[in-house]
Design a protein around this ligand. Structure first.
Ligand code: BGC
Length: 762
């Protein structure tokens, strides 16, 4: 955690580079840079959508457009997919090869192609998909972040694409925001661990030499994107500076220091400053403070947003200058190659210093060299594992570990198998809803592209002999009105329920992505609630299956149902996993990576301030504010029981900065079946100079335990992990008592010395 300070006596003092420099890489960058014209440099700094190269069929490249975009404008990067839809690996590879040949012919510099691979090979028809990040967060198992990262990089490379816009690591702390599911959940530590693991899995161990099975990441969206005050996508956030550094920056910092080669910027603004124009955050916090020599790319048309939306620039020229001078290296200006000429003009007039242009171009060239694109602009390689069984099995296993059993009254689950089962609800027979957005298309279209996989209904039919299906409610909205649903026969569903022994009601959300996912009411839709209420009124036991990208409020219907499973967005094997879990063939082990709120005016995260809620602290002033959530962060049931004992501090109970706290806890499977358990370790700072968070996650391990077996889990927590950022923006570890807790047990430790760091990062 501590960062080596090379020198601390001048303002230019540099910490050790986040990515070690490689002299061969640097020599190559310099040799290319010195022969480039200004126009060529400006071209490198612009990224266009593949749409600008499409021919009339929208399936292939128009050679005249290629001449214009690469030949005349000298554009250095292309992104996205034609027709907003996935293509086969071969089709994608052929298209990229054409672009590369042109780029090498006219510029002698390879183009870099980037794709939104969000949960596997999101934009390949024949690749592999894993559950979305929110599900992998629920596994509390770093291995799945590794597996998904490795498969994603491998399959993307197989399509001749060396750059993925992943992992998404916005803290998903507000379910009103439509992209919560793209992240690993609400907690900074979980986010850091999973993102760093995936970053290394995607890139491999050596960021200076990415091989043909790995790709560059673009960690996104730097930063604070997930907590817009309005809840709506791409709108302003207001974040206290200490929180910004302590919670939002931390996952990014971990990834930069693990070698992340690029980052994409938060489309919106923080405290009134659009992030794309925030020199402090872009140049200051990343490039200077971390001595990071990677590349910063904008999000979609966000330089335009500086004048069209945010009004911090009068026109395009001003916006481009503002962004590049703030630290942007590459502008994703999807449809406008003229941006190249704007950059040229601004450089010629001196409004962007040539030193800044050269710095940006160096960063872009360095990325291309590190990816080996100069030596291999295209490549021949036997990707024999593409779309393999192993990836499919990993996806299934991840789905199994991610679906969360939230309620199981009277042990209704697992089912015996002989019941007459009614399956109902708008999410029962949809692959689209199981996958969510970024699945074959931007908004998600798995039903059109992946009919070979099983919906929940199909998987249940395969597993149980007696399954009847009546939808009751269906989604029927036009483009962008995805959540609109219609009751198409609640009465028929009720009649079928009466003739059944148990009802599985599959409700939640239709898939969406970004702004089309905005909504005004986080409650589950009225039609879906009506369906559940009517089913429950029959007296038949109802199992509620939630298939949704964020916790939709169900406070009024939850008491009516006997069991609840939140499958979130488990992808193509999510239906099969659910059938295996509710039949008892497999055991549940997922835990919520977010707080499931109960009331619309009381949206919480688990790390609230001690003074916010009555439950935690005697004497809290706000005595009306009871922490009343549907299910807390970390909640998740199993068919077996785990007993925690012997939580002990195995290092001295007194500590100071530089020490490592060692803890262990015994977990025993006291039930009658094997199970997996995510063991979560928290800390609470009992008194601090800023109101402390009630608790913070400091460690997690996923273990498998046989019935009757005990396992000891060990944690090591560097004392610095218990520091917080004070009001002055400085990290502080303060003298006083800390409580470490795990599985309902607690142990005390005392910090004996206050330390305040003068470096911005520790
Ligand atoms: C999204 C990004 C994505 C980019 C390129 C934007 O609209 O915010 O997450 O990487 O488009 O597709």
């Amino acid at each position: 955690m501590a960062m080596a300070v090379i020198s601390s006596c001048s303002r230019e003092a540099k910490v050790a580079p986040s990515i070690p420099q490689d002299s061969d890489v640097e020599a190559k960058v310099e040799s290319v840079l010195k022969r480039m014209s200004l126009k060529e440099k400006a071209g490198q700094m612009v990224q266009l959508s593949i749409v600008t190269l499409e021919d009339g069929t929208r399936e292939a490249i128009d050679p005249a457009k290629l001449d214009r975009i690469i030949g005349e404008y000298k554009v250095g990067s292309i992104l996205n997919v034609m027709h907003d839809m996935a293509h086969s690996r071969e089709h994608t590879a052929n298209m990229v090869r054409q672009i590369q040949e042109k780029s090498m012919e006219v510029l002698g510099i390879p183009c870099i192609y980037g794709l939104d691979m969000i949960h596997g090979a999101s934009y390949l028809t024949d690749g592999s998909f894993y559950p979305q990040e929110i599900n992998l967060g629920a596994t509390f198992n770093r291995e799945y972040a590794r597996m998904m990262g490795e498969a994603m990089a491998y399959e993307t490379r197989a399509a001749q694409v060396p750059w993925v816009f992943s992992p998404v690591m916005d803290l998903g702390r507000d379910p009103r925001w439509p992209r919560q599911w793209e992240s690993w959940g609400e907690d900074p530590y979980l986010q850091s661990e999973m993102s760093r693991t995936e970053t290394v899995a995607i890139q491999g161990d050596d960021p200076n030499h990415i091989d043909l099975e790995h790709a560059a990441v673009s960690i996104k969206h730097y930063m604070g994107y997930g907590v817009p005050a309005s809840g709506k996508d791409r709108t302003p956030a207001y974040i206290a500076l200490n929180d910004l550094r302590e919670k939002y920056f931390r996952p990014f910092k971990e990834c930069f220091q693990a070698g992340a080669l690029t980052t994409m910027v938060n489309s919106a603004s923080i405290n009134g400053v659009p992030t794309h124009a925030n020199r402090t955050l872009l140049t200051g916090w990343i490039k200077d403070e971390l001595n990071w020599d990677g590349m910063i790319v904008t999000d979609w048309a966000d330089i335009d947003n500086l004048f069209t939306r945010d009004h911090v620039a009068a026109d395009k020229r001003e916006a481009v200058a503002l962004g590049i001078n703030a630290g942007i290296d590459m502008i994703m200006d999807p449809y406008d190659p003229e941006c190249v000429n704007v950059i040229v003009d601004l450089a010629e007039s001196g409004e962007i210093p040539m030193s800044r242009i050269d710095d940006a171009v160096r960063r872009i060239l360095r990325l291309k060299v590190r990816l080996g694109l100069f030596d291999n602009p295209t490549w021949e390689y036997d990707y024999k594992d593409f779309g393999c069984e192993r990836f499919a099995k990993e996806s299934y296993d991840a789905a199994l570990e991610s679906e969360v059993l939230l309620k199981n009254e009277g042990g209704l689950l697992p089912l015996k198998g002989t019941e007459r089962i009614l399956v109902t609800g708008p999410n029962a027979n949809s692959l689209r809803t199981l996958n969510g957005g970024w699945s074959y298309t931007w908004q998600g279209s798995a039903d059109d592209f992946a009919p070979q996989y099983n919906t929940i209904l199909e998987a249940l039919q395969n597993r149980f002999p007696n399954v009847k299906y009546v939808p009751g409610v269906v989604y029927n909205g036009e483009w962008g009105q995805w959540q609109k649903d219609e009751a198409v026969g609640i009465a028929q569903a009720v009649a079928a329920a009466r003739a059944s022994d148990v009802v599985i009601a599959c409700v939640g959300e239709n898939s969406y992505c970004e702004t089309p996912g905005n909504m005004d009411d986080l409650n589950l839709s009225a039609n879906q609630k009506d369906l559940v209420k009517a089913l429950a009124a029959t007296g038949k036991p109802v199992i509620l299956v939630l298939n949704e990208g964020r916790p939709r409020i169900i406070g009024d219907i939850e008491p009516l149902v006997k069991a609840v499973v939140d499958v979130m967005l488990p992808s193509n094997y999510g239906g099969d996993a659910l059938a295996a879990l509710i039949s008892g063939d497999e055991n549940f082990s997922g835990k919520l990576p977010f707080t499931y709120s109960k009331h619309i005016n009381a949206l919480h995260t688990y790390d609230y301030k001690v003074s916010e809620h009555r439950e935690m602290m005697e004497g809290s002033y706000n005595y009306d504010a009871v922490m009343d959530v549907q299910w807390p962060f970390g909640h998740g049931l199993s068919y077996t029981e785990f007993k925690y004992s012997d939580l002990s501090l195995d290092s001295p109970a007194e500590f100071k900065a530089g020490d490592v706290l060692k803890l262990s806890v015994k977990v025993t499977n006291t039930g009658s079946r094997a199970g997996k358990e995510a063991v979560l370790l928290y800390s609470s700072d009992l008194v601090a100079s800023l109101i402390p968070d009630v608790k913070r996650l400091r460690g997690f391990e996923k273990i498998s335990i046989e019935p009757g077996e005990s396992k000891v889990v060990e944690f090591e927590v560097p004392a610095e992990e218990l520091a917080f950022v004070g009001a002055d923006g400085k990290w502080r570890l303060e003298k006083g008592d800390f409580r470490l807790s795990c599985g309902g047990l607690g142990v005390m430790a005392k910090c004996t010395e206050t330390k305040v760091w003068e470096t911005p990062n520790i």
